[in-house]
Design a protein around this ligand. Structure first.
Ligand code: MN
Length: 243
């Protein structure tokens, strides 16, 4: 099972969650929202675990944490994974748009200079702008658009740009999202939860709830069993990491 976007450090008891991830043999991309969270969060990925930690600076707090960009640059050589990064065009964050752009551009440029990274990207109400920045900083690495909610045409542009997608059970309850997922190339899809932010059944999603997304993908795609779908997702992950 794969959860390619979870905020392990934001659970009430991250160590217990990390322990269960290891017991289940799960692959987890543990994303961070601030460079100052990098050290403590990467310590949750105990040696031998399949937890990988991503260095991030979340667009919704870019205006509060722009001062941590030097810390971002300092840690970038310690990981192949960057996230959560991106842009948020929602009305409550639009007033910080210029700062969001400064932060996102800085990070993409740093990734490009470092030879490229696997990036978990937030694009809520900002898909065209995110894609525009990815074009401007081509060479930043492999973008994985997490919980993509743009329009059909944005999706086509993202696919043409080489983007991947991570989709979760909370996202897949929406018919609009399901229609988008049908148009994503199957060989560039991974599962995620966005826990503990995402809610499932009235509670915070746990990394192992990603299995629900595998079930839903098998249903959506229609011509593969759940086991075959799971095998495809793992093959996708292996290919992504080998890029
Ligand atoms: Mn997230």
């Amino acid at each position: 099972m794969i959860d390619f976007h979870a905020h392990l450090d934001l659970y009430t008891d991250p160590k217990t969650i990390a322990k269960e991830i290891v017991e289940r043999g799960m692959y987890v991309l543990s994303v961070t929202t601030t460079p100052s969270a990098w050290k403590g969060t990467s310590a949750l990925a105990t040696p031998g675990s399949r937890i990988r930690t991503a260095l991030g600076l979340h667009p919704q707090i870019a205006h509060e944490r722009v001062g941590e960009l030097p810390l971002f640059d300092l840690h970038l050589h310690e990981t192949m994974y960057v996230g959560e990064i991106g842009l948020d065009g929602g009305p409550e964050f639009k007033r910080y748009w210029q700062t969001q752009l400064t932060v996102f551009d800085h990070i993409l440029n740093a990734c490009r200079l470092a030879g490229g990274r696997i990036m978990s990207i937030h694009s809520r109400r900002a898909a065209p702008a995110v894609l525009d920045r990815l074009v401007a900083f081509s060479g930043a690495g492999t973008p994985i658009l997490h919980w993509f909610s743009g329009g059909k045409r944005d999706l086509q542009s993202a696919v043409a740009l080489g983007c991947w997608f991570s989709v979760g059970p909370a996202m897949l309850v929406s018919e609009k999202a399901r229609a988008l997922v049908r148009d994503m190339p199957r060989d560039r899809v991974l599962t995620e939860t966005d826990g503990p932010f995402a809610q499932i059944g009235g509670g915070s999603a746990k990394p192992w709830d990603a299995g629900g997304a595998t079930t839903q993908l098998a249903e959506l795609w229609g011509d593969m069993t759940e086991e075959e779908t799971d095998r495809l997702l793992h093959a996708n992950l292996r290919r992504l990491v080998a890029i």
